[in-house]
Design a protein around this ligand. Sequence first.
Ligand code: DSN
Length: 438
Amino acid sequence: MPTDSHDPITDAVLDLIRAQDPESAELIALERDRQEHTIELIASENHVSPAVMYAMGSCLTNKYAEGYPGRRYYGGCEFHDQVETLAQERAKQIFGCSFANVQPHSGAQANAAAFMALLEPGDTFASLVLSDGGHLSHGMKINFSGIFYKPVHYPLIRDSSSSDFETIDYDAVREVCLEHKPKMLLCGYSAYPRVIDFAKFRAIADECGAYLLADIAHIAGLVAAGTHPSPFPHAHVVTTTTHKTLRGPRGGLIMCNDEEISKKVNRSLFPGLQGGPLMHIIAAKAVAFGEALKPEFAEYSTKVVANAQALATALTGHGFRITSGGTDNHLMLVDLSARDADLTGADAEGWLEAAGIITNKNGIPDDPRPPRVTSGLRLGSPATTSRGFGEAEMVQIAQWIDTVLASKGDEATIAKVRNDVKSLCAKFPMPGAATVSC
Ligand code: DSN
């Protein structure tokens, strides 16, 4: 049983669970131990504050509250109404918009509700394909978005001599939209390291008579802090997750400025797609949104970007190619094949995990390898920054990544790096421990 937690509350909670269910407690403790002693570089993950963590574990989980504040299908919702309204008001204040629905269970659910509000089944929409950095819910054939709607995709710039290589090809976005006349244009991505020009997207949407949907799941925390431009007032609807750079509980959020659209969004989500809201998660969203409104959160987001850029620069120095030449946000895509043609994302992910550095394999644009293998790694800085790592630590991590990948999985090398990683982690206790700021 791991015993070296820095968090007395988590210890007490685990003791309580252990007294009733040692088996479950052991698994939770093992996961806590894994998180404490490894470096989390998955761009979509983060470490929440204790306040967010324990709001999720509160008695609000006991209650059904189908409906919306003031219009519920169950009695006893007085405080749930207030919690949900608080979360809504804080979300509106953070993002500068008029309507917020805080009930989506996830980002994909938020997208499904936005699609249902803006489109009819069979309607065409334009988006970036998953393999170029888009998302499953942006038109994959095996997802609701590709099953019930008709996606057309716009490309990245493929000319490697261009200074904008591998960034959004806005001219092509316009051409695709003028040709196919989509009812909705979707921007916002899960593996795109550059700034999104929402104003340009809106101009194209207006020209072809489309709604603009911005999915800011990855960059929401940066938008909240002003380190990435806001999708408002450009997008008709904005969807996001709440657990990535925004550092809240696992969940989704939908926002807009148009009352009629907001009514459609609300109806689409409930009763259209979901039943009872997860009120304990909505309470944790309120807490996280409160954190995002504090000046410390802006400082955090500035450091997230600086740390990502430090990691990208250091990896470039080790001979790795970063797609598009670097990053403007919290993530980067490393093209492993430029350094070693035989090195796959799957191998790199496995060797790094053994060394205590957690990443995810990710396709790069025009990747010849399948998604379970890939030629790339996606790396991000939200979790390490929450832990207190600075640019010096990111440079050190780049050195370890280089060492592990150059060794091609050599066990002695991995063991040495694993020890060094553990020592560094010990100096930066995991948030969720008593030391977390804001
Ligand atoms: N799975 C998320 C990510 O890792 O980016 C997207 O939903």
